[in-house]
Ligand binder design. Structure first.
Ligand code: XMP
Length: 508
């Protein structure tokens, strides 16, 4: 199988480059920017290298370094943005701070015919994000395109197999970006499009075997797609040496524990279900602050894992962290920290277990496809996202078993009605929140004084922003009627009509 390596210099789009190449049917992966030539030379089927963008300035003393020797690998190299400048510098060119920065859509003027920009018209819209520019190149290099503020926006040296783009072909704003990447991958690197889901499965299984060897590993299983897929992959690699632990916190969705038991026993996983309801509710007693709740739950999760791991003599903790979880937490070597992600940030600094994250380089939809290939059932793959701290953050204020039972049932009704209306797959998620507020009502000719429940149904592409779902009132009415009819403690239902931002999807 042919492969293209993307050397990561901390750009927000490094993984997107690899992903776009995988979409072209060629295997591509991200590796640290300063990796040595020998490491790359060992990669079977390596047909090309891409140098990613990054936040550094190529003229900085502390700018990320690159092993010059990779130029001797005799595979084509494409530098993008920071990578473009780095490649120019390595080749004897000059990089300087531009007079004007260029951010956003920019018009590119194509100057010469080339392999890299084949199929582009004389003027094309590209997406720029830079201040430094390449100002000089040795005479053996061809300048292929320029913009108003950037004389050398693209270059090539066919003899040496070096190519550079100041703009980002991997983002959708660069209209012909896909064509440019395809030109590089197929016409320049001569890679063959033979990459399939089963290849990535085999690669991860192989990596898991190498990493864990004959040691024991433990994974925290939720009914979520990421941990389920990670568990199945590592199970394929090390079989019974993987212990999948499902902690029933008492904060799970309706019949979640049964679903996990049913699905994973069928798939042959070494599964242990731990009933820790009492411990979680005891730890949450009298706690109202949302961050404290998260903290307590995260810590107790890890504590229970560590107890089991110690007993079982496990040395590895497998986690289903995917690429987007990591980039938001600023985990890659050179990238800027944006925000802490719950699953990543919850881990204690000094953990006895070694961490292994088999899905760390994949996107959600890639994980979904792998999950399907691994035989995970649709009811699990299509399930709405559910937060790690569970229903505790859907009971506003203090969490008690009674309140959790109310919100669990209300959420189940929301989900069931969405499914009946064939809307479940169309929204990001739908659930209920229990408010710590009571109001007056009338039911069966009698005055009532009961809890209010909020229904929250949102649409989103990537969870970073969201809109409340504009559902038909008839669906909302059915949800409301069922909640007040079927849950004795509730007499009022509200629909949350706030977008994200300013609100988040969850209430806490
Ligand atoms: P927010 O509330 O931040 O939620 O708009 C965005 C998405 O992330 C989920 N979420 C979490 N998932 N642990 C998780 O694993 C958490 O602590 C957590 N908080 C929010 C949320 O359900 C939504 O899909």
């Amino acid at each position: 199988m042919h492969a293209i390596a993307v050397l990561d210099f901390g750009g927000q789009y490094a993984h997107l480059i690899a992903r776009k190449i995988r979409e072209l049917g060629v295997y591509s992966f991200v590796i640290e920017g300063d990796c040595k030539k020998e490491k790359l030379a060992e990669i079977q089927g390596l047909k090309g290298i891409v140098l990613s963008g990054g936040p550094a300035s190529a003229s900085d003393k502390n700018a990320p370094k690159i092993d010059r020797e990779i130029l001797k690998l005799h595979v084509p190299i494409l530098g993008i943005c920071y990578g473009h400048q780095l490649l120019a510098k390595l080749s004897g060119g000059k990089v300087a701070k531009g007079k004007n920065a260029e951010y956003g859509k920019t018009e590119l003027k194509v100057l010469n015919k080339s392999l890299l920009l084949a199929g582009l018209k004389e003027r094309e819209i590209v997406w720029m994000n830079h201040r430094d520019t390449v100002v000089k190149l040795p005479s053996s290099f061809n300048i292929l395109a320029s913009t108003q503020n950037c004389k050398i926006a693209a270059f090539e040296n066919r003899e040496k197999g070096l190519y550079g783009l100041q703009f980002h072909p991997e983002v959708s704003h660069t209209i012909k970006g896909k064509r440019i990447l395809a030109n590089f991958v197929f016409n320049i690197c001569k890679a063959e499009p033979s990459y399939k889901e089963k290849d990535i499965i085999n690669k991860i299984v192989e990596e898991a075997k190498q990493t864990i060897g004959n040691k024991k590993a433990i994974i925290g299983l939720s009914s979520g797609i990421d941990s389920s897929t990670a568990a199945m992959l590592v199970h394929k690699a090390i079989g019974k040496n993987l212990l999948a632990v499902y902690i029933d916190t008492g904060l799970m969705r309706y019949r979640e524990t049964e679903l996990v038991k049913r699905v994973f026993s069928k798939l042959g996983l070494n599964l242990r279900i731990v009933n820790a309801k009492k411990r979680f509710f005891a730890a949450l007693k009298n706690v109202k602050n949302p961050e404290r709740k998260r903290h307590i739950i995260g810590k107790l999760f890890i504590k229970i894992f560590e107890e089991i791991a110690k007993k079982e003599k496990a040395e590895f903790l497998v986690q289903g962290t995917i690429y987007s979880d990591r980039i938001e937490s600023g985990i890659t070597k050179y990238s800027a920290r944006i925000k802490s992600h719950h699953n990543v940030a919850a881990l204690p600094k000094r953990m006895r277990l070694k961490l292994y994250e088999p899905l760390r380089n994949l996107y959600k939809d890639e994980v979904r496809r792998i999950a399907k290939k691994l035989g995970l059932p649709k009811e699990l793959i299509k399930r709405h996202v559910f937060p790690g701290p569970g229903l505790a953050i859907r009971v506003a204020g203090e969490v008690t078993p009674k309140k959790v039972a109310i919100v669990r049932k209300a959420s189940y009704i929301v989900e069931e009605e969405l499914k009946k209306a064939k809307l479940y797959d169309k929204v990001w998620m739908g659930f209920a929140i229990l408010l710590p507020v009571k109001s007056v009502g009338i039911q069966g000719d009698a005055r009532t004084y009961k809890y209010a429940v909020v229904v929250r149904i949102v649409c989103s592409e990537d969870a970073m922003t969201a809109n409340f779902a504009k559902l038909p009132f008839s669906v909302l009415e059915r949800i409301s009627t069922r909640i007040t009819n079927e849950i004795a403690e509730v007499n009022r239902v509200l629909y949350d009509i706030t977008n994200k931002p300013p609100a988040t999807m969850e209430w806490e």
